[in-house]
Design a protein around this ligand. Structure first.
Ligand SMILES: [Zn+2]
Length: 135
């Protein structure tokens, strides 16, 4: 399955739909939506762990596979699951600065919406990092 073929099939707003909306799509489109949702989880959990976490929810129908992929949460690597990001100098075993982790919203794990936001931010950060190289 090529990437262009997948993008052409996806309906507008396919990530915000609920299970009744997904049920109305054709099997071909459901598969394309599932592949997109699964790839978001794979971006954070890695291919094997993401596939295991999705399969652990015991989905049967295509719609259940989509909803399973959207419901997987991944431990936040930015704050090690604590929900609090720490930075600065380490003084007597404690970091001098700390605050709410924006990567997971202070929850300690990233849900599907967090993953979408973080992928968007990562793409933005990559563009900003390389912006100076092409001026
Ligand atoms: Zn976090």
């Amino acid at each position: 399955m090529s990437l262009e073929w997948t993008k052409g099939l996806l309906p507008k707003g396919y990530l915000e739909m609920d299970s009744s909306d997904y049920a109305e799509l054709s099997l071909e489109v459901q598969r394309a939506v599932y592949a997109e949702c699964r790839d978001r989880v794979r971006y954070f959990a890695g291919r094997e762990d993401a596939d295991k976490a999705i399969a652990a929810k015991n989905p049967v129908t295509p719609v259940e596979w989509i909803m399973a992929a959207k419901s997987v949460t991944v431990k936040c690597e930015h704050c090690s699951g604590s929900g609090e990001y720490r930075w600065g100098a380490c003084v007597n075993g404690r970091m001098t600065h700390s605050g709410k982790c924006y990567r997971c919203g202070g929850k300690g794990h990233t849900d599907f919406d967090d993953m979408r936001r973080n992928i968007g931010y990562d793409n933005y950060a990559i563009c900003q990092a390389f912006a100076g190289c092409f001026r």
